[in-house]
Design a protein around this ligand. Structure first.
Ligand code: ADP
Ligand code: ASP
Ligand code: MG
Length: 420
């Protein structure tokens, strides 16, 4: 007997009335095939960006609690409208906010983490033969305030609900046919991956492949949720995120990813004494700012001062500056930020057992006249900070150097933003 399925539709997939109705039809078709269905919807089109812009029009540093009140509205609109469309198709639907759906988070406004899902209301609505629509990207904090889960957070809502209700699969419907060997908007002949291992998907999401939010992949791995990322525009099979045991082979390189969402912060005049790096990183951790790469340059002479650079999400620059100011005043350091940097990474589980991958990355970038400014690695990833305006060239050069292209290009004749 078909089981319970969670279906998540991203912003492009519910952007206008006809797409929203198409999503409603797809949800209904799943129900008519005998499944119990929970659907998680994102805000329509660019609504979240618009709401953020509205906030910045009235306040340079919007209060995070109020920001969450504002941002949570986008996904509620989508769910209410979709419930109406489903009711018109002769099925019974009920829309729920994150709070009504029982998603309890910590109190970190704008990037809250899910602590618990109390899914009884969803379960009883399913038992009453309802299709349940849940507003993505939001929850209620342990202090009873509305919270949001960070950009792309509806993916995490979907996975968390799938775990809580024991769904057989969590389907992520999006505007591309699956997870590709590079962002298909930058590399038109990128290859669609039929399966990708959790470890690789985690590295890909962490290094910028925004197709799945990093936390959703972490959550799925920790709770054994099966993710199927696929197109909302056609019926084709997408990409399944699977465990290492389920994959037949370890390709050397699986994907090239990139990000422009980070900034580099450099502390100049860092005293060369024990404990300073710890104090800097603690100040940032206390402010809930996640550091990615770190470079610490030792001074040439014993009495000189050092320099420390690290990369952080660009949106966190004001918070980081505020967190570091007291320390800088105390230790006589200066903060400089570079917001124009970009990052390119290659990810592949087979890299572990093959020397020479780093050499090929650096040589390829060098041959393409792309300067590497910082490097970080994990056993299955190599990341390079490059000038922001060189990111796309770097992605294409590495994708081609490692021969990742697929046999078909994905409809390059279509206008940007549309793969239908
Ligand atoms: P949604 O609104 O459905 O959540 P997102 O914009 O968050 O959609 O994610 C889908 C987008 O992710 C695609 O349109 C694509 O440009 C981008 N993307 C980046 N890297 C990849 C990749 N490796 N594979 C597929 N899509 C990717
Ligand atoms: N609407 C939110 C965003 O744009 C959450 C999501 O779509 O997953 O980031
Ligand atoms: Mg998304």
């Amino acid at each position: 007997m078909p089981g319970t399925v969670v279906m998540k539709f991203g912003g492009t997939s519910v952007a206008d009335a006809s797409r929203l109705k198409r999503a409603a039809q797809r949800i209904v078709a799943k129900r008519e095939a005998g499944h119990r269905v929970v659907a998680v919807l994102s805000a329509r089109g660019k609504e979240t960006d618009r709401l953020i812009a509205d906030a910045h029009e009235v306040s340079p540093h919007p209060d995070p609690r109020e920001m969450d009140m504002l941002l949570s509205t986008g996904e509620r609109v989508s769910c209410a409208l979709c419930a109406m469309a489903i009711n018109d198709l002769g099925h019974r639907a009920i829309s729920l906010t994150g709070s009504q759906a029982g998603i309890v988070t910590d109190t970190s406004h704008t990037k809250a983490r899910i602590l618990e899902v109390r899914a009884d209301r969803i379960r009883s609505a399913l038992d009453e033969d309802h299709i349940v629509l849940v507003a993505g990207f939001q929850g209620v904090s342990t202090s009873k305030d509305v919270t949001t889960l960070g950009r792309g957070g509806s993916d995490t809502t979907a996975v968390a609900l799938a775990a809580a209700i024991g769904a057989e699969e969590c389907e992520i419907y999006t505007d591309v046919p699956g997870v590709f060997s590079a962002d298909p908007r930058i590399v038109p002949n990128a290859r669609k991956l039929d399966v990708v291992q959790f470890d690789e998907m985690l590295e890909m999401a962490a290094s910028g492949a925004g197709v799945l939010q990093l936390r959703s992949v972490e959550y799925a791995r920790n709770h054994g949720v099966r993710i199927h990322c696929r197109s909302s525009f056609d019926e084709s099979e997408g990409t399944k995120v699977v465990s290492e045991e389920e994959t037949m082979e370890n390709p050397l390189i699986t994907a090239v990813t990139h990000s422009r969402g980070e900034a580099r912060v450099t502390l100049v005049g860092v005293p060369d004494s024990p404990g300073v790096a710890g104090r800097v990183t603690t100040a940032l951790a206390d402010a809930n700012v996640h550091i990615d790469m770190i470079i610490h340059n030792e001074p040439e002479s014993a009495d000189a001062r050092a320099e420390m650079s690290f990369t952080i999400p660009r949106d966190d620059v004001p918070t980081a500056e505020a967190a570091l100011t007291p320390l800088c005043d105390e230790l006589g350091m200066e903060v400089k930020t570079d917001q124009t940097m970009g990052k390119v990474s290659i990810v592949g589980a087979g890299m572990k057992s093959h020397p020479g991958v780093a050499a090929k990355v650096f040589t390829t970038l060098g041959e393409n006249d792309i300067n590497i400014e910082m490097i970080s690695t994990s056993p299955i990833r190599i990341s390079c900070v490059v000038p922001g305006d060189k990111v796309e060239d770097a992605v294409r050069a590495l994708h081609s150097a490692f021969e990742l292209q697929g046999s078909d290009t994905i409809r390059p004749e279509q206008p940007f933003g549309e793969f239908v």
